[in-house]
Design a protein. Structure first.
Lengths: 212, 212
DNA sequence: CAAAAATATCACCGGGCGGTGACTTTTTCT
DNA sequence: AGAAAAAGTCACCGCCCGGTGATATTTTTG
C-alpha cells in the first residue's frame, strides 16, 4: 500500500509504526470478542485494554470512554445486521400472513443463532439494562423495527389477526430459543445442540405461523 | 406468645433479643428484594448485609456464604412455584393439543408476569450464567420440568405434532415476553404495559395453540 | 534539524468488592 | 453463680475496578 503511494509520488506515507486507525480497530475487535464471550460482565476498560494489548488510556482518547466505544460497536453491529436482513426480505408479494411471516421467522432464527454478539446484547439488556446496553441496543433495535414495518407495509392484514401480538410472540420465541441454546444447549426440555434439533424447531415454527 | 408459654408453665422462653431464625429470615428477605430489583448484579455479600442491616459475617455463619444463601432462596422459590403450578394444572382430560397447552401457556404467562424473582433468575442465567445463577435455577427448573412431563403423560399426542418443539417455542415466547415487559415495557414494537396489552397477547397465544 | 503535536505508556488514586480473624455481648447449659 | 457456646460487631487484608496526571516516545511540521 505505502509503496503504491510513494510510487505515485504523493506526499510520502511512511509505514507508520504508530497507526491510530489500526489501533482503534484492534480495540474494537477486542471489545467485540469480550462481548461475545462474556457479555457486559467483562466489558470494562481494563479488560478490553488488556485483551487489545494496549493501555486503557487509548480507549479514552480514541472513543472518549467506554460509552463511546459502545456506540461505535453498536452502529457497526447494526450495519452488519441491516445487510443480513436485506438478504432474506425480498420475496414476492406475500399472499397470507403465514407467507409473510414464515421467512421472517426462519431468517431471524438463523440470524440470531449465528450472531453471538446480538445474543449477548439482547440477553444483557433484559437481565441488566444499563447505559451501556442501551447504547448498543438502540441502533440495532431501530434498524430491526424499521425493517419490520417496511415488510409489514407491503401486505394487507387478514381480518381478525392481531399481527403485532403474533409477531411479538414469534420474535420473542426466536430470540429466547437462540439465546437459551448458546447458554444451555436446550430450552424447556428440548435439546438445541444439533442441526437436527433446529430443524425440528424450524418445522414447528412453520407449523405455527402457517396455521395462524 | 411468650405469655402463653409461661402461663402454661413450660420452660420459659424469654423474648429473645437475639433470634437466629428471625435474623436469617431478614437476610433472606433482603437478598430476595435485591434479586428482584437488581438481579445478580447487586447480589453480593456486602450489599445484602447492608440491606439486611447486619454484618456480612452472619451470612457466612448462617448460610456458609453466598452460595448457601442462594441454595436456600432457590428452594424457597421452587416451593412457591410448585404450589402455584398446582393451581392451574387440574383440568379434565384434554381432548386436543390446544386443550392441553392453552391453560398451560396462559398460566405460565401470568405466573412469570407476576413473579419478578423468577424473571430475574431466568434472565440472568441466560445473560451471565454462573455458579450462583445455576444454583438458583436448578431446583426451579427441576420442578417445572417434572410438572410438565406429568401433564404430558396425561394425554396422547396427535400424530405429526412435535409437542416438544412446539412447547419449547411457546414457553420461550412466554418467558421472553414477561421479561421484556418488565425490562422495557414492550417487545418487538408491541407495548406490554397495560392489561389490555396483555389481553392481546393472551388472545394471540390462544390463537396459536388452538390452531396448531 | 529542532520544535510542536500526536501517540503511547506508566504510576498512582479512591473505592467497592469478597473474605477473615479478633473481639464484645448475650444466651444457654451445668 | 460461672463456664461454654452462640450471636453479633469491628477492623483489616488483598484485589480489581474506573479514572487521571505526568511522562516517554514517535511522527509531523516549520
Amino acid at each position: 500500500m505505502e509503496d503504491l503511494a510513494t510510487a505515485i509520488g504523493q506526499t510520502e506515507v511512511p509505514a507508520r509504526r504508530r497507526d491510530r486507525v489500526a489501533r482503534a480497530q484492534t480495540i474494537i475487535s477486542a471489545a467485540k470478542e469480550i462481548l461475545s464471550e462474556s457479555g457486559f460482565d467483562g466489558f470494562g476498560i481494563n479488560s478490553i485494554a488488556r485483551r487489545a494489548g494496549c493501555d486503557k488510556q487509548l480507549i479514552y482518547r480514541y472513543f472518549e470512554g467506554l460509552e463511546g466505544l459502545a456506540e461505535v460497536i453498536g452502529t457497526e453491529i447494526a450495519d452488519e445486521l441491516s445487510a443480513e436482513l436485506e438478504t432474506f426480505s425480498r420475496k414476492e408479494a406475500p399472499k397470507s400472513y403465514g407467507d409473510w411471516v414464515e421467512p421472517l421467522a426462519i431468517g431471524l432464527l438463523n440470524l440470531f443463532r449465528s450472531n453471538l454478539i446480538i445474543q449477548k446484547i439482547t440477553a444483557w439488556e433484559l437481565a441488566s439494562p444499563s447505559r451501556l446496553t442501551r447504547i448498543m441496543a438502540e441502533a440495532r433495535a431501530k434498524r430491526m423495527n424499521a425493517w419490520m414495518v417496511s415488510l409489514r407495509g407491503e401486505m394487507k392484514h387478514p381480518e381478525g389477526l392481531d399481527v403485532g401480538a403474533l409477531n411479538a410472540i414469534i420474535i420473542g420465541a426466536v430470540q429466547h430459543l437462540a439465546i437459551s441454546a448458546t447458554a444451555f444447549g436446550s430450552q424447556a426440555g428440548l435439546s438445541l445442540a444439533t442441526d437436527a434439533d433446529w430443524l425440528r424447531v424450524e418445522a414447528a415454527l412453520r407449523h405455527f405461523v402457517r396455521s395462524a
